[in-house]
Design a protein around this ligand. Structure first.
Ligand code: HEC
Ligand code: HEC
Length: 304
């Protein structure tokens, strides 16, 4: 190789290396800005009423909190895949946080309604964009239940975003990971859920399905499911969705994880074990609400 060519080659290698370093720094800075954004949420609430604990217990099961925070709510590692990320569902039992009941009520309100922690920083992967629709009463009930739980001592690592997750976040490939970014923080929580058994209650409860089944309930690929995840099913009354299902089929599917044709619903992605713990009246409301929606034509199940 001629000396000139060598020099050019050496220079280009240096330039490429510098560009790579600059890109890494930019990804870090851009992601850090979003991960450390201060949402300046101020919440002041009295201690939750202990009498709401039973109601909170049912909500904690049927809304899937146990799926991510552990059956004893003592927290669990959801994902440990560095250099992607490590995501840990927080220990929600009282003891360790030593916040006192009023602060703990605030903590739940911050997390569920706003998607932020006590320092107003965004929570990772906590699906608050769906929980933001919970009523103030439901948040109080959840908080009352968990404030009365026995303390669980468990050593858990902290959640952290690795370089891969940061690059995806900056590249717009991790939509829904930071719920705080999509929530309207100026909108207060509704005081109470509509009466159980009504269409309005169904609409209220079905907001929890929208993060995966989309706002039109027509389903499709999930933004946060990973490459192996099945598409979320079309839940509307179109033939490509639940057109042929009856209410009894729907309730049985949520209770048993089995479709009317006998096939199984993938519980690793569809939280049917949680949804199936909702009462008949709750599931009835969700069903009539789904049936009231415009049918969407969208094939979501691979027919094998
Ligand atoms: C899909 C998983 C998932 C579900 C479902 C879920 N959470 Fe979380 N939650 C998380 C993760 C992960 C964190 C920690 C995020 C972090 O470290 O940034 C978290 C954080 C929280 C926090 C904040 C703790 C703090 O740092 O202040 C509270 C409170 C909470 N969740 C309550 C609930 C309740 C109540 C429910 C059910 C209504 C629920 N979560 C359902 C994943 C989930
Ligand atoms: C975390 C994501 C997620 C949430 C939240 C979720 N689902 Fe699903 N759901 C899925 C996925 C993914 C599938 C497809 C599973 C499969 O292919 O086995 C599915 C399948 C279903 C099915 C089976 C339909 C069919 O034809 O396969 C029903 C019914 C259903 N969901 C209802 C609901 C309802 C009602 C809610 C809210 C109360 C809800 N889901 C919340 C992800 C979710």
């Amino acid at each position: 190789m001629s000396p000139t060519l060598k020099r050019i080659l050496k220079r280009s290698i240096i330039v490429v290396a510098l560009l790579a370093v600059a890109a890494c720094l930019a990804v870090f800075a851009l992601s850090q800005q979003r991960l450390q954004r201060d949402y300046r949420i101020s919440v002041s609430l009295p201690p939750p009423r202990a009498a709401l604990a039973d109601e909170g217990a049912k909500l904690a099961r049927s809304r899937g909190c146990a799926d991510c925070h552990g059956d004893d709510f003592g927290g669990k590692v959801l994902l440990d895949q560095m250099p992607f990320a490590r995501i840990v569902g927080t220990n929600l039992t009282p003891g360790k946080i030593a916040l006192g009941p009023a602060r703990s009520h605030e903590r739940f309100h911050r997390a569920l309604h706003h998607g932020v922690d006590m320092h107003s920083r965004p929570l990772l992967m906590m699906p608050s964009a769906e929980f933001t629709h919970l009523s103030a009463h439901e948040i109080e009930a959840l908080s009352a239940y968990l404030a009365g739980m026995p303390q669980v001592e468990r050593v858990l690592p902290k959640s952290a975003m690795g370089p891969l997750a940061r690059a995806m976040l900056v590249g717009g490939k991790l939509d829904g990971f930071l719920s705080a970014e999509t929530i309207d923080h100026g909108k207060p929580a509704v005081a109470h859920a509509p009466p159980l058994g009504t269409l309005a209650y169904g609409e209220h409860a079905a907001q929890l399905c929208t993060g995966c089944h989309r706002a039109d309930f027509g389903g499709g690929a999930m933004s946060h499911g990973g490459p192996d995840a099945p598409a979320a099913a079309n839940l509307t009354a179109h033939a490509s969705g639940l057109g042929a299902w009856t209410e009894a089929d729907f309730i049985a599917a949520m209770r048993t994880g089995t479709r009317p044709d006998g096939s199984g619903i993938d519980g690793a992605y569809m939280p049917w074990r949680a949804v199936g713990q909702a009462s008949d009246q709750e599931l009835h409301s969700i069903w009539i609400y789904l049936r009231s929606r415009a049918p969407v034509e969208r094939q979501t199940r691979s027919r094998d």
